[in-house]
Design a protein around this ligand. Structure first.
Ligand SMILES: NC(=O)c1ccc[n+]([C@@H]2O[C@H](COP(=O)([O-])OP(=O)(O)OC[C@H]3O[C@@H](n4cnc5c(N)ncnc54)[C@H](O)[C@@H]3O)[C@@H](O)[C@H]2O)c1
Length: 277
């Protein structure tokens, strides 16, 4: 039996940052469920696209790659025109996944105390995570409205946008190097803005049938992460582990499909219990 409730078959879905860790998993899941997948990536390299999504397994009829900087309107509009030319429709699904964050390996000048945190770095992080989400939502939403689409827009938030980071997790950096790592304010501030951008757009487009929701992930395991970081982080995680990179796929399919048809302006938290303490 075809699962109509969770179907994304034939839907045109954009995933920004779709070659990144979470984005590539979301793009793959949408593809395997018969959606037409458009990957927006800032630096498009054919080799990288081919190595992550080999054309032998991911037909270029249903998967396409576009060089899009979510902060550059012109690149967004050009890609949306190309999508229209390819699939003859406006997008049905937008996953605003592109983002930047400061890693514990970052140099002290961008990971130091709040009192000295550089304005230009704050602006850059807000630009990608919040302004980029705004620009993508504006451009794609306008095309959904024009074609009377009952589309679904999924904004990727973060536990650090719902709550402040726990700075103790990063204290090991100072013990080891003498230089403190302070998880910066910029990412938290930018991601928190995404929640009310979501609510605003959800109510603004409520009667059109375009739904806008946030999905909140928690820390994803990477093989480059420091063992002490993982130990400290998972001590605060009720489920006692980091997430796997594909553990958001189910939530995206739910939000993208009819299964969530009465859900808008909401926040789906997939965080191993982080926000439950
Ligand atoms: N990994 C985590 O632990 C975690 C936790 C909570 C939330 N998130 C959020 O999930 C999303 C994906 O994170 P990830 O861990 O896969 O990160 P990632 O760095 O692996 O992927 C992010 C992608 O966004 C792209 N990108 C950055 N700036 C861009 C721009 N201006 N235009 C277009 N693309 C741009 C990057 O090239 C990259 O491919 C992000 O929004 C992130 O904030 C991640």
């Amino acid at each position: 039996m075809e699962d109509k409730l969770f179907s994304v078959k034939d839907k045109v879905a954009i995933v920004t940052g779709g070659l990144g860790q979470i984005g590539k998993n979301i793009a793959e899941e949408l593809y395997h469920r018969d959606a037409k997948v458009a990957i927006f990536t800032r630096h498009l390299s054919e080799e990288r696209a081919e190595s992550i999504f080999p054309s032998a397994h991911f037909s270029r009829e249903r998967m396409a790659f576009y060089a899009v900087d979510v902060n550059q309107k012109i690149t967004i509009e050009t890609a949306l025109d190309q999508i229209y030319a390819k699939w003859n429709t406006a997008p049905d699904i937008l996953v605003n996944n592109a983002g930047i964050d400061t890693q514990p390996s970052a140099p002290p000048e961008v990971s130091g105390p709040f009192e000295n945190f550089p304005e230009e770095v704050f602006r850059e992080v807000v630009d990608v995570n919040l302004v980029g989400t705004f620009l993508m939502t504006q451009a794609v939403g306008a095309r959904m409205v024009k074609e009377n689409k009952k589309g679904s827009i999924i904004n990727i938030g973060s536990i650090y946008g719902m709550l402040s980071p726990i700075q103790d997790i990063y204290a090991y950096k100072k013990e080891r190097t003498g230089i403190p790592f302070i998880k910066p304010v910029a990412y938290s501030a930018a991601k928190s803005g995404v929640y009310n951008l979501t609510r605003y757009c959800a109510t603004y487009w409520g009667k059109t049938g375009i739904r806008v929701n946030t999905l909140t992930p928690a820390g994803v395991w990477r093989d480059t992460q420091d063992e002490t970081f993982i130990k400290n982080f998972t001590e605060h995680m009720p489920m006692g582990r980091m997430s796997r990179e594909n553990e958001y796929n189910g939530a995206v399919i739910f939000l993208a499909s009819e299964a969530s048809s009465f859900m808008t302006g909401s926040n789906l938290v997939i965080d191993g219990g982080w926000t439950a303490w």
